[in-house]
Write a protein that binds this ligand. Structure first.
Ligand code: FAD
Ligand code: FMN
Length: 586
């Protein structure tokens, strides 16, 4: 890997300043350099609170389209909208869920910010837009100058697939790229800010006059008093208890956190981000494999700051380049072999299979920042005040002959106790809220840890004295060992806050029984509730549960309304569009 370029001696600084800047730059990561670029680009503007657009100049229209599941793309789009207004654009921020390609074809400037979900899929509410854009009926986009920012996670094989598909399709339909697509990993804040800094002026085009020459990095985000993903609050754990019985195959922890003194607030439906720490033993194994055992400072840095687990094609390619190792280069260059090698393997496996002595800087340069993990908040502040409750399932499994443990869940399960702290931030989820009208019936489907937001929903309604129609589907392995919050549900039922509870325990009988089976059993009532205007909420496992639940809902509607499956599928799409079929799946 080549060293970062040095400032030339003719740079407009005194020699000692050039030397000092070079010393700093040499030890920066690509992410830090991108952040610095954005920071410097906005440095002047930061002192000027609002740069007024010149009155006489027509403001060029800019459409900013986002496709989001958990709000990251939306938050970036709204921030880009503010930056664009400061630059003299007339921006309008559009949700792909409410937009058609035909709407876009009329615009001349388009910024797209899109995330990828599932295994390379579009966010649920944006699937209709994507289908229309990819269809033969999509309109020509010859008039459009566009740029696409793609959010994703390198841990997934289909990295940034939605953004890539939109970028390719807009170009194929005749659109002109104003800037190359940017693929962002989970640490997207700095690279996205730097890309927007460069891209917004490029979208303006040569003909329009400039209202301001720079946009800026969000300086508010570096305010130490505001807690955020990059500046987590150290919340004290006030209670930590495993809700499963000792005979269960699972461990699911109820975690109570104190928010006292933080000023943090949340709403039912939101999530809390946890800044985890790596297992020191896994860090030791990585250091050992890289020939760096015994470096205690590096060990401490890796425990807290670097993702020592996730193995991606990008990391394999980076190591091949860095180590000049022909064996790794052969793997990195063979997509089929790589696709076979990666699943279930972690960084330590790569470094063990292909041993190479690395320097500390090489190793940390290879590893991405340790991303926070999100947990649906399981409480309502109307009930618990300055606390947040979470429900965390312990992730333990074996692959390629090694025991593996989930970074965040096992940090909480094995290495945290009441009285310890966890770094946290609040992640708002405005698309997963209780209905505005308390009289609207709610149907909540949440097996396993998917139950968490529904505890928050029920606490909220309980605190407000709402007894409206509510129905909960819960499932897990065994009634006696895994019935999470059983006494609370029973109490809510007795007091009429929760109207109906249907449970499925998959391993209590020979034939597996899941929530979707209970839904089918209750199909007449379920269909009647939907016809009665109920909102449907699904939370928990995305891969198996949410798909099976979706299929069952389709079948319930088809049977209830006496319509074909395709028409029932359209009805579900309509419900999604109306905000009456809401998913929070992971
Ligand atoms: C909006 C949102 C809300 C969430 N809410 C909750 C919640 O309320 N409760 C909760 O427990 N979790 C919740 N999650 C999931 C949570 O964020 C973490 O992903 C989860 O706890 C695992 O994190 P970890 O760090 O322990 O595991 P990681 O270190 O991230 O490891 C998890 C990864 O390990 C691999 N893996 C796991 N099991 C196996 C296996 N059997 N075989 C092979 N590979 C495997 C998979 O690649 C998986 O992605 C939520 C996620 C999102 C996005
Ligand atoms: C369950 C789940 C599945 C995901 N699947 C992918 C994927 O296939 N490819 C990818 O690049 N990113 C994937 N991601 C990462 C998201 O794209 C990333 O977290 C993004 O920042 C989310 O943005 P949003 O909040 O705008 O939806 C996935 C994340 C989750 C939680």
């Amino acid at each position: 890997m080549s060293a970062p370029a040095r400032l030339p001696t003719n740079a407009p600084f005194p020699p000692d300043a050039i030397a000092a800047l070079n010393r700093v730059i040499e030890h920066t990561s690509p992410t830090q350099r991108s952040w610095l670029a954005g920071f410097l680009a906005g440095y002047e503007a930061a002192g000027v609170p609002a740069v007024a657009a010149p009155a006489a100049v027509a403001r060029p229209a800019l459409s900013i389209l986002f496709a989001t599941e958990s709000g990251n793309s939306e938050a970036l789009a709204r921030k880009a909208g503010k930056d664009a207004a400061r630059l003299g654009f007339a921006p309008r921020v559009l949700d792909a869920a409410d937009t058609t390609p035909a709407d876009l074809a009329k615009t001349e400037r388009l910024l797209v910010i899109a995330s990828t979900w599932g295994e390379g899929e579009a966010p649920a509410r944006a699937t209709g837009f994507m289908e229309a854009l990819l269809s033969d009926a999509a309109p020509r986009m010859d008039k459009i100058n566009f740029a696409v920012l793609a959010l994703g996670d390198r841990a997934y094989a289909q990295f940034c697939a939605t953004g890539l598909a939109i970028d390719e399709r807009l170009a194929a339909l005749g659109g002109h790229r104003a800037a190359a697509l940017l693929e962002c990993d989970l640490d997207y804040d700095a690279p996205a800010a730097a890309w927007l800094t460069a891209t917004l002026p490029a979208l303006r085009g040569a003909d329009a006059e400039s209202a301001a020459s720079v946009i800026h990095v969000d300086f508010g985000a570096v305010d130490a008093r505001e807690y955020s993903k990059t500046n987590p609050f150290q919340a004290e754990i006030t209670d930590l208890v495993n809700l499963n019985s000792s005979r269960s195959a699972k461990q699911t922890f109820h975690v109570e956190l104190s928010l006292a003194g933080s000023g943090l607030t949340y709403l039912p439906g939101d999530a809390i981000g946890i800044a985890p720490e790596n297992d020191p033993a896994v860090v030791e194994a990585v250091l050992d494999a890289a020939g760096l055992s015994g470096d205690t400072a590096l060990h401490a840095a890796l425990v807290k700051r670097h993702d020592v687990s996730t193995l991606s094609g990008y990391l394999v390619r980076s190591l091949a380049e860095l180590a000049k190792d022909p064996a790794i280069a052969a793997l990195a260059g063979d997509a089929e072999r790589l696709a076979e090698f990666l699943p279930g393997r972690h960084v330590v496996d790569l470094l063990t299979v292909f041993p190479n002595r690395l320097t500390a800087a090489q190793l940390t340069g290879l590893l991405r920042p340790l991303p926070p993990r999100l947990y649906s908040v399981a409480s309502s502040q109307a009930m618990v005040g300055e606390e947040a409750h979470l429900l965390v399932g312990a992730v333990r499994y074996q692959t390629h002959g090694r025991d593996r443990s989930g970074v965040a869940s096992i940090h909480i399960a094995d290495r945290r106790r009441a009285g310890d702290t966890l770094g946290i931030h609040v992640k708002a989820n405005p698309h997963f809220r209780l209905p505005a009208d308390p009289a609207t019936p709610v149907i909540m489907i949440g097996p396993g840890t998917g139950i968490a937001p529904f505890r928050a929903f029920m606490q909220e309604r309980d605190a407000a004295g709402i007894m409206g129609k509510s129905w909960l589907f819960f499932g897990d392995q065994h009634y006696t060992h895994d019935f999470l919050y059983q006494l609370e549900w029973q109490d809510l039922m007795e007091r009429g806050v929760l109207g109906r509870l249907d449970v499925a325990f998959s391993r209590d009988q020979d034939a597996k029984s899941y929530v979707q089976h209970r839904m089918w059993d209750a199909r007449r009532d379920l269909h009647a509730w939907i016809e009665d205007g109920a909102s449907l909420y699904v939370c928990g496992d995305q891969v198996r549960m949410a798909r099976d639940v979706h299929t069952t809902l389709r079948d319930v509607i088809a049977a209830g309304a006496g319509i074909p499956a395709e028409a029932a599928e359209e009805r579900l799409t309509d419900l999604k569009q109306q905000g009456r079929y809401l998913l929070d799946v992971y």
